[in-house]
Ligand binder design. Structure first.
Ligand code: HCR
Length: 380
């Protein structure tokens, strides 16, 4: 129970923050968020959510047929969502704003002593784009992706369009590679006026396999009057809009079951229980003292400590110092006629693999200047 003074203070600071949102346009990263709304980590840490259900990621390689693998990729994808979109709310009671990464910021981590390896780099600051790769070499599976966010504000909520995609590759026993294009759902941040923001997913995302099978994931939430939060209906079809092989319904935070129509009498069987403890394991990173200067937790250490200890003045000062140093670095580069060189990723403009699979989705995914851009792990 909060005392009157605290809840009044909370209400006042939220109201004034929401008023400042009303005037904002397009890009949340450009909004100077007050320290009390900040999460103590950077957006570069978010790709680790893709690797947390590590067993499900590895299991994709065990699928014997394209159909089995499409189901396994879909199961792994769904099992990442509760980490990606409800973790902060679960752990702290409300969604928070992660740090806006600086250009070249890295987040490096692994699971199981390096069986699964994550590399993340902030490859653009304006617009902010994060590129990542996740690889399980032993199993022959990798995911390369990038993500940016376009934001719009309304009186009740913040709507976020995720711009970017993932390409998952599986090496098959015959030496060939199967590829899956993963598109990203839109999200809404609700609960702003009660001071407890949380994420709900909306509209549709897709997983398009190079073998021609398509998973179409439709998201819905509780709505004003009725309905269940975090719900999805997923169909697996032969191509977008083709005959349905499987229908899966449930919540991406809890149980998903096979529904009609589904092959092999699977109706009613549990496909995934995303709430099972221990299904997701947090990434391991090197101790901060051993990290490089571009590594996220080392670079943001003082800011994170300020937030965690409630010393918001110290957090603000450390954040300004970091941001000013970055601005100065860009000015110095410009004066020297240099441009910043990415360290971990190479740009792959108009990636043909992305285009081929986006084309198979019958251009439901628009080929915009940023969405057609992929980032591949550099061979340097
Ligand atoms: C929108 C968001 C930053 C971006 C986060 C993304 C889209 C990042 C890529 C991940 O793969 C998935 C993902 C999950 C997060 O839910 C999403 C964040 C939710 C909130 C945060 C805003 C910038 C914070 C706004 C501040 C609020 C509390 C007013």
């Amino acid at each position: 129970m909060q005392c009157c003074d605290c809840s009044d203070r909370n209400r006042r600071r939220w109201t004034s923050f929401l008023k400042s949102l009303a005037g904002a346009t397009g890009d949340l990263s450009s909004l100077t968020a007050p320290s009390w709304i900040l999460a103590p980590f950077s957006l570069t840490e978010f790709p680790s959510y893709w690797g947390e259900p590590k067993e499900m990621f590895a299991a994709i390689a065990d699928g014997k047929t394209p159909e089995e693998r499409q189901l396994l990729v879909t199961r792994w994808f769904l099992s990442t969502l509760s980490g990606q979109f409800t973790r902060r709310e679960k752990e702290t009671g409300s969604e928070k704003k992660p740090f806006n990464p600086f250009l070249g910021e890295q987040f490096l981590g692994s699971w199981d002593g390096g069986d699964l390896v994550l590399n993340v780099e902030q490859v653009s600051h304006h617009p902010p784009i994060t590129a990542y790769s996740l690889e399980n070499k032993k199993k022959g599976i990798s995911l390369e992706g990038n993500c940016a966010q376009k934001t719009s504000f309304s009186a009740r909520m913040i709507s976020v369009k995720q711009v970017g995609h993932g390409l998952l590759r599986v090496k098959l026993a015959d030496g060939s590679t199967e590829t899956y294009l993963i598109t990203l759902p839109k999200l809404k941040i609700e609960g702003l006026w009660t001071g407890k923001p949380y994420v709900e997913l909306t509209e549709t995302s897709y997983i398009q396999g190079s073998h021609g099978l398509t998973s179409t994931i439709k998201y819905s939430g509780a709505g004003w009057v009725s309905g269940t939060s975090h719900t999805h209906t997923t169909t697996i079809t032969s191509g977008p809009g083709g005959p349905t092989l499987y229908t899966l319904t449930g919540t991406w935070t809890g149980e998903t079951k096979f529904h009609k129509p589904s092959k092999d009498g699977k109706e009613g069987h549990v496909f995934l229980d995303a709430s099972v403890d221990g299904m997701r394991e947090k990434v391991t990173v090197r101790p901060i003292e051993e990290q490089g200067e571009h590594e996220s937790r080392r670079a943001w250490k003082a800011v994170a400590e300020g937030i965690l200890s409630g010393d918001y003045d110290a957090a603000s000062q450390a954040k300004s110092a970091l941001e000013n140093a970055e601005r100065q670095r860009r000015r110095d580069e410009q004066a020297a006629g240099k441009t910043f060189e990415l360290r971990l990723f190479d740009k792959v403009p108009n990636d043909p693999e992305y285009k081929r699979l986006a084309h198979a989705l019958k251009f439901k995914v628009r080929l915009g200047p940023w969405s057609a851009l992929s980032f591949g792990r550099t061979s340097r």
